[in-house]
Design a protein around this ligand. Structure first.
Ligand code: CA
Length: 480
């Protein structure tokens, strides 16, 4: 289908010229958990610039990822579709020929840019300007790719991506609105901070999370099988120094946690500084009032929670994405929302903000009403989740699940084991209720709902057995 004539007709009918349409600045990080943002009540660090964004806009408290891993979340965000519809359930190559939010905005007259971590295995499509890291990229003196060149850039990755984004703003055509994706690598593993931030965090004691000593009693075998325990699976490359001699047991686990968290939070601090720098630049250009600014991360992350690092599981710390949005005059300052918004909603929301129709095959919904504090009638009260990637990299069993406003049901489908949590009484998910006699009615209700959502979303297990082709790590292949 050719979508162009429809868009042009709509724009004319809506009377919107390019100058009336808002700019969209979409800032995303990689693996930044909401509980490492002070605006979310996080107690382990301060993020003044993100907090300022929250003060000036809305904070979503139930923003969830539909498949908690980097590449699949990015594909879901671009297409507004679940993994089984966009073809990226694991680390497989994204088909850039398909419909994306960037292409639709570009076709409607937006000047589009993408800077930083892309990690989709194919080159970006739908962008007037782009400069991306190959695969995961490096923190220090990273190589970047454009459509025509491969160049090593001296400096720190988070600073560089911000520099490129600012340059895009400076050089943009002024007669067009812009759509800018500023997508940081940080704070992805293996957490390499800038030297000054590393020094600052060197002796800070980070508080332990409540579930640090979880031993997975009553849970499925999936928790025990996962190889992402702070105590056992952080590598010398992650820790970057040898533990003090003689340290064992829980003391050694705490030492590893401190090493991990200091580097992680030092990386987050550079992210926060750079968001301040980018938003200041937006202000200096007089763009504040007509720009929708959103901040998110491609998924959440375990920060020692349940004894883990990494993500993948449908548990809250991994499922929850931070999401802050500012749009003066449209979004009330200092508000929060508990409505469920999913990563597949971002594309429809950006299109709606631009006054464009949302294509019928996008599975997400326009969440502008939620952001503005006027939730649409009949807004969703539950969500469908599916994770595929196994056994690499951390032996997290594939699973399918449903989360409502109060409960969560997870089916580890390859080993046929179930978990059920009441999030109102057990928000940390420490008590699996699946075998409790009085919970069987709830379990049955949620199982039926999960299967109904699966069917409704067109998940017919088409990717149930797909795993990444060996050697593929989101690396564009047209340059060496
Ligand atoms: Ca990620």
């Amino acid at each position: 289908m050719n979508f162009l004539p429809g868009l042009v007709t709509c724009l004319l009918a809506c009377g919107q010229g390019p100058a009336d349409r808002p700019n969209i600045l979409f800032i995303m990080t990689d693996d930044h958990a909401a509980h490492a943002i002070s605006a979310y009540g996080g107690k382990i660090n301060r993020t003044p610039h993100l907090d300022q964004l929250a003060k000036e806009g809305v904070r979503l408290d139930r923003c969830f990822v539909t498949n908690s891993i980097c590449t699949p979340s990015r594909a879901a965000i671009l297409t507004g579709k679940y993994s089984h519809k966009n073809g990226v359930p694991v680390f497989n190559r994204f088909d850039g020929g398909q419909q994306t939010v960037a292409k639709l905005l570009q076709a409607a007259g937006y000047h589009t840019g993408m800077y930083g971590k892309w990690h989709l295995g194919s080159d970006p499509t739908g962008f007037d300007q782009w400069k991306i890291l190959p695969g995961q990229g490096l923190y220090h003196d990273p190589v970047f790719y454009t459509a025509t060149e491969r160049k090593k850039e001296p400096g720190y990755c988070t600073d560089l991506i911000t520099d490129f984004s600012i340059d895009f703003l400076d050089k943009r055509p002024k007669d067009k609105p812009f759509f800018l994706m500023c997508h940081h690598k940080a704070p992805h593993r293996n957490w390499q901070p800038r030297a000054d931030k590393k020094a600052k965090w060197a002796n800070i004691e980070v508080p332990l999370p409540e579930t640090f000593d979880d031993v997975y009693t009553g849970k499925s075998d999936a928790s025990r099988e996962a190889t992402m325990r702070v105590a056992d699976h952080l590598t010398p490359n992650d820790l970057k120094e040898q533990p003090p001699e003689g340290l064992t047991g829980r003391d050694l686990k705490i030492w590893k946690y401190q090493r991990y968290m200091r580097d992680y939070l030092a990386c987050v601090e550079s992210v926060d500084d750079n968001i301040g720098r980018l938003l200041d630049h937006l202000d200096r250009q007089g763009l504040r009032d007509n720009t929708l600014v959103t901040y998110t991360s491609d998924q959440g992350f375990f920060l020692g929670d349940h004894g883990w690092y990494d993500k993948r599981f449908m548990y809250e710390e991994s499922l929850k994405m931070p999401f802050l949005a500012r749009w003066p005059g449209k979004i009330k300052p200092g508000t929060t929302s508990g409505d469920m918004v999913l990563n597949v909603d971002f594309a429809p929301t950006f299109l709606a903000a631009a006054g464009l129709p949302v294509p019928g095959d996008m599975q997400g919904q326009n969440a502008l009403g939620v952001l503005a504090g006027n939730s649409p009638k009949g807004w969703r009260t539950d969500m469908y989740y599916r994770y595929y990637h196994y056994p690499a990299d951390h032996r997290v069993q594939p699973h399918i699940g449903v989360r409502t406003l109060t409960h969560k049901l997870i089916h580890f489908n390859k080993i046929d084991q179930w978990e059920l949590y009441d999030l109102t009484t057990d928000p940390r998910e420490m008590r699996n209720l699946i075998h409790e006699p009085e919970q069987q009615a709830k379990a049955k209700e949620l199982k039926e709902r999960m299967l109904a959502l699966k069917k409704e979303l067109g998940d017919s297990d088409q990717f149930a057995d797909q795993q990444p082709p060996s050697g593929v790590d989101g690396q564009p292949r047209n340059r060496k």
